[in-house]
Design a protein around this ligand. Structure first.
Ligand code: MLT
Length: 226
């Protein structure tokens, strides 16, 4: 099995895992505990229109803050106060990156790394691509380390991995849990979230494998495979 790591763009036609650890991937996984499906959309206008049409709950952020008039922000903790058939979600990076992906797409984070890794090994023909959402095209450490966590779980099921150098670097960087936690908490993204009062989201996003939910993105909709 071949494992590669890329930033923002997906190149695979096989199996890809989108990672936006702070916070879109984590929010999606958390929301699937109480919603049947999630529709990720790029713009606020489209989100509002769609939510009206479907009588859906409306979630999203811009600059990390909840969008005015929306039920909830892109918060994995706050979204747990809501539930229903459909959640329409718009975020700055995670939902935009999903739109460009053409492989079978799973969504991974620290909170579901083990389950997603196991399913990826099962679904991939010969290539698992991890796609870091980043922030506006820029590398961010939390997605890199989240990818490393998932790769370490993939390795449990598939010892014989051919990794590209980015994937190998992520695997090595994620081996010390305390260092990972400190790096994510000290990241630029975390600083932005702290300033907005989302400390709980950071702590929650760093929990390991609290869910075995496997979000899959297909035909514009995210559902749980489990
Ligand atoms: C995003 O998708 O841009 C991020 O998840 C932003 C955030 O933390 O809300």
């Amino acid at each position: 099995m071949r494992v590669s790591l890329s930033l923002e763009r997906s190149y695979s036609n096989d199996l890809a895992i989108m990672i936006d650890a702070l916070r879109a991937s984590t929010t999606i996984t958390s929301a699937l505990q109480s919603f049947d499906s999630i529709i990720p959309v790029k713009t606020i206008e489209k989100a509002v229109h769609l939510a009206g049409e479907l009588d859906a709950t409306l979630a999203g952020e811009r600059g990390g803050a909840k969008i005015e008039g929306f039920h909830v922000g892109n918060s994995p903790v706050d979204v747990q106060n809501f539930g229903g058939d459909v959640l329409v979600l718009t975020t700055t990076n995670g939902t935009r990156v999903l739109e460009g992906m053409k492989a079978k797409v799973l969504i991974g984070s620290f909170i579901n790394a083990a389950a997603v890794a196991m399913k990826a090994v099962e679904l991939a023909d010969e290539h698992i691509e991890l796609v870091m959402a980043g922030v506006n095209g820029k590398f961010v450490i939390e997605d890199f380390l989240g990818a490393g966590e998932i790769i370490s779980c993939i390795k449990i099921h598939q010892e014989d991995l051919e990794m590209d150098e980015m994937a190998l670097a992520a695997l090595m960087a994620s081996s010390d849990k305390n260092m990972v936690n400190d790096a994510v908490k000290g990241s630029e993204s975390a600083a932005g979230l702290l300033a907005l009062g989302f400390e709980e989201d950071i702590e929650f996003s760093l929990k390991r494998n609290i869910y075995d939910t496997i979000p899959i993105y297909k035909n514009g909709v995210i559902k749980s495979l489990k």
